[in-house]
Design a protein around this ligand. Structure first.
Ligand SMILES: [Zn+2]
Ligand SMILES: [Zn+2]
Length: 325
């Protein structure tokens, strides 16, 4: 098999869990070279470092609960920032975002005298090699939308619970058979009916449209956030953190521009890794905006049979279909 060059990135959920765990542990002698850190970020003071091999070791936990929360909040915004998204009304390069984010974290640690926490955060997260593995701004010109770990975990969950629940350690030939004859067939049917034939609404679309209506009803303050429909970006905080690439400013701007009405299945919502991050396209049968088997109009399958109520809650294959750009 061939693999396209890809970057495996950590998701925010796992990142936060790892950082939270570590920052709640007792202080120990960390490996930290303040001169090396200063070489990478000139604003770092070399005297701001944990005292190692001291006769009396610093005790206590790395941070307090409140400090931990603030650090995670900062990392959440460092995770999402990107050169393609304005911050308020200004755009910064990815290099500048890395510098700014590191400085913000450093200054927080300096202000609260968190020497051990800083050593850990620098070494494991903010130095360029590590930073590129989690921050979206570690990749130029595009913003990843797929979450590899989540997709793989969801895949195995369905395999184990729906298709292999009788087999604890399935043999490889059985596994191959199940993948091809059961799982793949189901996935293909789901993909065809959701994406190609537009007979079912994907979870992503349901969530998107619910958020859309909420945003449509919300009040706006009138502050300018460089909202841009053609690029589908906004400099507000809500857009920065939205997993749907949505905020009330974009919704209002879209509604004012008098385009298609956003109604489930009447439009096709296409996500992309490059601007515009969302395109709202008219529904056409079969959907030409995605790969898939597109039979002639008269050969289209009938509407899907509804599953009996109750079966639904036990079943685990309701994972969101992803829409690669
Ligand atoms: Zn994860
Ligand atoms: Zn906005």
């Amino acid at each position: 098999a061939t693999w396209n060059p890809s970057v495996v990135r950590l998701c925010l959920w796992h990142l936060k869990r790892a950082v939270k765990t570590k920052l709640g542990q007792p202080k120990s002698d960390p490996v930290y070279n303040p001169f090396q850190a200063q070489h990478e970020f000139p604003f770092i003071r070399t005297d701001f470092a944990p005292v190692v091999n001291a006769p009396i070791r610093e005790t206590g936990l790395l941070t307090t609960v409140e400090q931990r929360e603030r650090i995670l909040e900062l990392m959440g915004s460092h995770y999402n920032r990107h050169a393609l998204i304005p911050n308020g009304e200004t755009f910064s390069s990815n290099t500048a975002i890395h510098q700014d984010s590191t400085r913000q974290m450093y200054e927080y640690c300096l202000e609260h005298n968190l020497r051990h926490a800083w050593a850990y955060l620098y070494r494991n997260w903010y130095t360029i090699i590590h930073y590129k593995r989690w921050a979206k701004s570690g990749v130029d010109n595009m913003i990843p939308i797929g979450k590899t770990t989540m997709l793989i975990e969801a895949h195995w969950k369905v395999m184990k619970r729906t298709h292999l629940y009788h087999y604890n350690r399935a043999r490889l030939d059985l596994l191959t058979y199940v993948v091809l004859e059961h799982y793949y067939r189901k996935l293909k049917m789901k993909y065809q009916s959701t994406v190609v034939h537009r007979q079912k609404t994907a979870l992503f679309e349901k969530t998107f449209i619910a958020e859309w209506h909420k945003a449509d009803r919300a009040e706006v303050s009138g502050i300018s956030y460089a909202t841009n429909l053609n690029q589908w970006v906004c400099g507000c905080v809500a857009f920065l953190h939205s997993p749907l690439a949505l905020c009330k400013h974009l919704v209002k701007a879209y509604q004012a521009s008098n385009q298609l009405h956003v109604i489930a299945r009447m439009v096709f919502i296409q996500r992309s890794q490059t601007p515009p991050f969302i395109r709202i396209l008219p529904t056409i049968h079969p959907n030409p905006y995605h790969p898939g088997s597109h039979p002639q109009e008269e050969l289209r399958p009938g509407p899907p049979l509804r599953r009996p109520r109750g079966v639904h809650s036990v079943n685990n294959d309701e994972e969101e279909l992803t829409f690669p750009g």
